[in-house]
Design a protein around this ligand. Structure first.
Ligand code: SF4
Ligand code: SF4
Length: 180
């Protein structure tokens, strides 16, 4: 569910917003048709410049846009070449892929407050805000961040709350997809 594979989208990018010198998705995301693993540079990439096989790049690369390209509500601070993070909306909610070379990038402001804000909205709709640093998964909750480590095949993330006199306390855990 937090697999870092590049997949195309039918959504249109924000007019006037471009990749420019960014090539971060070519490092963080896997390309199945190229057998390119996640978290390592594509052998065709010229980091900071672009794709060395641009005219022949595979279909997922032609049609993929990260959250920065797709969402006009994201500020320029989320430009991946600057933030060191690639945002995506996936079935689980919002996934923030962090460059393992900058593993603390998501903890820096204004990013962490933004992630926390999304988490407050996400739990109410049973969606989650997930940070993925080189495969290590952190669930960002309204009141804390929970380091869940490396997800194993067949696992999913479950978020729950416990009501207290001072308000709800959130918790997150990994469970087998068929379990509770
Ligand atoms: S991470 Fe986003 S902005 Fe950067 S190259 Fe990929 S699609 Fe373009
Ligand atoms: S083929 Fe080109 S666009 Fe696709 S990941 Fe490699 S460098 Fe990036």
């Amino acid at each position: 569910m937090t697999e870092a594979a590049m997949q195309g989208t039918k959504d249109e990018p924000v007019p006037g917003r471009h990749c420019g010198s960014c090539t971060l998705c070519c490092k963080l995301l896997g390309i199945k048709v190229l057998n390119k693993p996640e978290w390592t540079w594509c052998t065709h990439c010229k980091p900071g410049k672009g794709c060395g096989i641009y005219n022949d790049r595979p279909e997922p690369c032609q049609t993929f846009y990260c959250g920065y390209r797709l969402s006009a509500t994201l500020g320029e601070e989320w430009y991946p070449a600057k933030s060191r993070m690639v945002l995506r909306a996936q079935g689980i909610g919002i996934v923030c892929y962090v460059d393992p070379g900058y593993p603390e990038a998501w903890k820096v402001e204004p990013y962490h407050s933004q992630l926390r804000s999304w988490a407050r909205r996400a739990t109410s709709s049973e969606q989650h805000v997930i940070v993925n640093v080189g495969g290590r998964v952190i669930c960002v909750l309204p009141d804390k961040d929970v380091d869940l480590g490396h997800m194993q095949p067949g696992e999913k993330i479950v978020v729950g709350t416990k009501d207290t006199p001072m308000g709800p306390i959130y918790h997150a855990q990994r469970v087998q997809a068929g379990g509770a």
